[in-house]
Design a protein around this ligand. Structure first.
Ligand code: ADP
Ligand code: MG
Length: 704
């Protein structure tokens, strides 16, 4: 068992009371009754009047108050979509866009994809009829490419603004600009926290509309001692809660899919072993790549007598609301991207999450409390998920001391800790209306100067910009493809090496990322053997190609996936992505062709996109070619034991070390072939050769 000590209590706006007979009774109520019970409902008219009177309105309300699902519907009912125009509502996360759209479609009694739809990268579930369009912020950003004035929209709602994703931040600047010359466009900025003053100031002092919350108190517990293995600690604590605490569902925050799957497996395993000694525990995961039918399960009411535990990424902090959660388990970690503009290295690391979500710090200070801190942060958002339907408890898997001393106050906006190649390329494509000069773009928080500079340099190296910093024809094509500039470049380069068929597959497989292979705990050996069977000389990109090709030959069979320990749904997604990319080839003037097994061509095309991400083996291990950073091949890689001299990597992930994930063996001469402007022959010389006496390196002729 794990010892928890009760520490603080988040005061609620409401007195603790018996849970208002939650799920079963609610089920029977009609959807309209539920709609009317949401905190935003009493303010419907007032809100619509404010929107009518102001072009830009900042809306603040606790998670679950009905901002995302209700406000677009109110606008629809009010006739904002009458003249064939649409309402856009952006979400930072794909899962949220899909699930919220599905919910709203149900509330409106329409089929998803008709009046209400969603649009996320590589998946468009909208039609001619769609007037309420939920979309990722990245998708709305891309809309600017085809419709720079967003003329087909009457209202744009930038939702979850407090998350401050890169795309949301860029949207702010662009929308502010559009709003100036489209006075009839309505702009709503919705946020779950008190930090709306920033948004208001940015939008020329736009008014803030506050939806009062509805919240029950939450008791906060800390562990007595630090926990070494938070995954194990999570599993133990869930069971502990399940056995000792009164009814109510549990929400656990973990950092990503791997961890979530591992935790779910451990939980199920232990429940199975305990058998009838404990009541039924439903274990439900939720993360971005989970198929939507599985996602929907977290919203289903818990059967009587059972308890539900939802194991989630931080998507459940504010984007999704799950009824019936009474207990929150927070290990205090999240996955965060960080970027070092000096080295150009982007990494995804598991870091302690930040401390104070304003929405809740207000609560913790009692009514009317003032707070000085800024952006939304995780720990209290997480705690707050417990107090929505009744008094709740939040168990933090760290000590009160750690909370005080080790957690950052707030999360740094993504724009300040990510590479900007993608966004700069997009902004450059919109350049004809005055944002040529990126340094003067209207940023809510500007990115570091070095990061912008490096993005420009990188785009120049990739051939997307010319020496004057102007977009080239190739750059314009790269912007057309909804993928990172390096991946775009790789696809464009496949024309030269006549291998676009293979490169499309590689691109699609890379974008479903690390969820191809399935490795159940009880069949680790079989699964690993199956994976090794796909290995091809050359590296991981070719392994991915091999998996896809064999799957396609099986007739895209799910049985084949099952037998080979390959995730069917990841493959299905890869197929979707591949089809979409194939559909875009014509626009970027790449013809379909196959290398017919000549994988050198495939590897060269990949190198043409990823010559930035190269490493060489030195006496002291791998070093990146340009920056001389120490890096390691990920143990899952097919090249882990081969240790080739030269390689490129798809991404760097910093966990215990800087790991290169998805690596490909290359020859240094290829770098001169694909990027002669970037590499000099000298820096590609064998490092050992340098140490040799001068004479040894010379040819017989040179020596005379
Ligand atoms: P906000 O955007 O203010 O956080 P939402 O509009 O997302 O609030 O949610 C309002 C309410 O709608 C939630 O409290 C929940 O009861 C309900 N709800 C939202 N999404 C779903 C869903 N997918 N399934 C069932 N109920 C949902
Ligand atoms: Mg919302």
């Amino acid at each position: 068992t794990i010892e928890f000590v009760r520490a603080t209590q988040l005061q609620g706006d409401e007195e603790p009371s018996a849970p208002a007979a939650p799920t079963q009774a609610k089920q029977k109520e009609s959807i309209q009754v539920v709609r009317r019970s949401l905190p935003v409902f009493p303010f419907r008219e007032e809100l619509l009047a404010a929107i009518a009177n102001h072009q830009v309105l900042i809306i603040e309300g606790e998670t679950g108050s009905g901002k995302t699902t209700q406000i677009p519907q109110y606008l629809f009912e009010e006739g904002y979509t009458k003249k064939g125009v649409k309402i856009a509502c952006t979400q930072p996360r794909r899962v949220a866009a899909m699930s919220v759209a599905a919910r709203v479609a149900r509330e409106m009694g329409v089929k998803l994809g008709n009046e209400v739809g969603y649009s996320i990268r590589f998946e468009d579930c909208t039609s001619e009829r769609t007037v309420l369009r939920y979309m990722t912020d990245g998708m709305l950003l891309r809309e600017f490419l085809s419709e720079p004035d967003l003329a087909s929209y009457s209202v744009v709602m930038v939702d979850e603004a407090h998350e401050r994703t890169l795309h949301t931040d860029i949207l702010f600047g662009l929308i502010k600009d559009v709003a100036r010359f489209r006075p009839e466009l309505k702009v709503l900025v919705a946020s779950a926290t008190l930090d709306t003053a920033r948004f208001s100031t940015f939008f020329d002092d736009a008014p803030v509309f506050r939806i009062p919350g509805r919240r029950f108190p939450v008791d906060i517990f800390y562990t007595k001692a630090p926990e070494a293995d938070y995954l194990e600690a999570c599993v133990v604590s869930v069971l502990q809660i399940h056995v000792t605490q009164p009814p109510g569902d549990i929400l656990v925050f973990l950092t990503g899919q791997d961890e979530i799957e591992a935790a779910c497996e451990m939980l199920q395993d232990r429940c199975r072993r305990l058998g009838s000694k404990i009541r039924e525990l439903l274990v439900l995961p939720i993360y971005a790549n989970l198929p939507s039918d599985m996602q929907a399960r977290i919203f289903q009411p818990t059967p009587p007598g059972a308890r539900k535990v939802v194991v989630a990424t931080n998507i459940a902090e504010t984007s999704l609301t799950i009824e019936g959660i009474i207990y929150v388990l927070d290990p205090g970690f999240c996955k965060q991207k960080s970027y070092n503009p000096r080295t150009g290295m982007e990494s995804l690391t598991v870091t302690p999450c930040s401390k104070v979500g304003l929405g809740l710090s207000r609560v913790s200070m009692g009514r009317g409390g003032e707070q000085a801190s800024s952006e939304a942060a995780s720990a209290s958002q997480r705690a707050g998920r417990a107090g929505r339907v009744a008094a709740g408890k939040c168990f933090r898997l760290y000590t009160a001391w750690a909370y005080q001393h080790e957690l950052e106050e707030t999360t740094v906006p993504e724009i300040q800790r990510t590479s900007l190649g993608n966004v700069v390329l997009l902004l450059k494509s919109l350049g004809d209306w005055g944002i040529h000069d990126l340094m003067h773009f209207d940023f809510l928080d500007p990115p570091p100067y070095e990061t912008l500079l490096l993005a420009l340099e990188q785009l120049y190296a990739l051939g997307a910009l010319n020496h004057l910093g102007e977009l080239t024809t190739s750059g314009r094509k790269m912007a057309e493809l909804p993928v990172d500039p390096m991946l775009s470049k790789m696809i464009l380069a496949s024309e030269k090496y006549s291998c676009s068929e293979e490169i499309l597959t590689v691109a699609a497989m890379l974008s479903v990322n690390n969820s191809i292979f399935y490795r159940p705990k009880d069949k680790v050996v079989h699964a690993d053997n199956a994976r090794v069977n796909f290995f091809l000389p050359g590296g991981d990109h070719l392994v991915l190609l091999n998996v896809y090709t064999q799957w396609a030959e099986s007739g895209y069979s799910s049985q084949w996936c099952y037998e080979n320990f390959v995730q069917f749904r990841s493959m299905r997604r890869a197929r979707d992505v591949r089809e979409q990319l194939e559909g875009l080839l014509e626009r970027v003037e790449v013809s379909l062709s196959s290398c017919q097994g000549d994988y050198i061509r495939v590897r060269k095309a990949i190198t043409a996109g990823y010559f930035y991400h190269t490493a060489r083996l030195t006496r002291s291990g791998y070093r990146t070619v340009k920056q001389q950073q120490t890096v390691f091949i990920h143990p899952n890689s097919s090249l882990f034991e081969e240790q080739p001299r030269w390689l490129l990597y798809h991404e760097l992930v910093l966990t215990t070390k800087e790991f290169m994930r998805q690596v490909l063996e290359i020859e240094s001469s290829w770098l001169l072939e694909v990027a002669p402007h970037y590499y000099k022959a000298k820096e590609l010389e064998d490092p050992h050769a340098k140490k040799m006496p001068k004479k040894v390196g010379k040819t017989r002729e040179e020596l005379g």
